[in-house]
Design a protein around this ligand. Sequence first.
Ligand code: BTN
Length: 270
Amino acid sequence: MILPWTSCSPTASVMAEERRIVGRRVIEMSVVGSTNDVASGLAFAGAEEGTVVVAEEQTAGRGRRGAKWISPPGVNLYVSVVLRPGAATRHAGGLAFVGAVAVAEFLRSEYALDARVKWPNDILCGGRKIAGVLVEAQATGAGIMETAILGVGLNVNWTEIAAEIRDEATSIAVELGRSVDRSSCLNGLLASLDEVYAEYLEHGLDPVLARWRKLDCTAGSRVLALCEDGASVAGTAVDITPYGALIVETAAGERRVLHAADVRITDMSF
Ligand code: BTN
């Protein structure tokens, strides 16, 4: 299906004046390795903040911690946004919460889906992953984020989900039992990202984390966290810190603060 925002030209560009930042310029591509890489190249070349790269297909889509993001053509959204938050934040991790809140709130309001977030930035429906967020940042020597690329992969009309992830992934079409218009899905997603990012710039991470907590399915659950150093932590997720780190209480009553980990919910009840 050819969408209104799709072009045979690899660099069709659409201006959306009504948005404050995210999506003021949208660059549509057919096949790319990773939209995060394309956006990063554009950012390096001086692209303005809010520039969006969206592709029909990715041949090397990636997720957190080096995972592959399966990106078949013509069914999903693969979107990357150039952000320049500068001194507004020193924590790239905060932007991942911006992305997760924007996606989950959009899915709830537009499609009435019971979208929830799992720490730090997975978006789930019925316990299955429907979207993921990948933030890749470049900091200056002063530790201030020069540029951050916020990538979102959202499964939209994907009904023949790849066998390797069929048990843990879902899509809007699978959840609704019908396909949806990908063009309006993209527009709604960008509007939501724009709104949450504006709040983040204006008021900081606190209100974003407050919104995230309302969507959270991690706190109160039993979790198994695999940390970057190879260690694992089992316990009950308690809350997140003001910077978005996960607090897990072990069976021995010890509270561990996890800054980066893969978290599996082991007592998922929905
Ligand atoms: C995750 O859940 O691990 C994050 C997945 C992020 C996937 C998106 S698709 C658009 C952008 N380009 C990429 O290569 N990755 C992100």
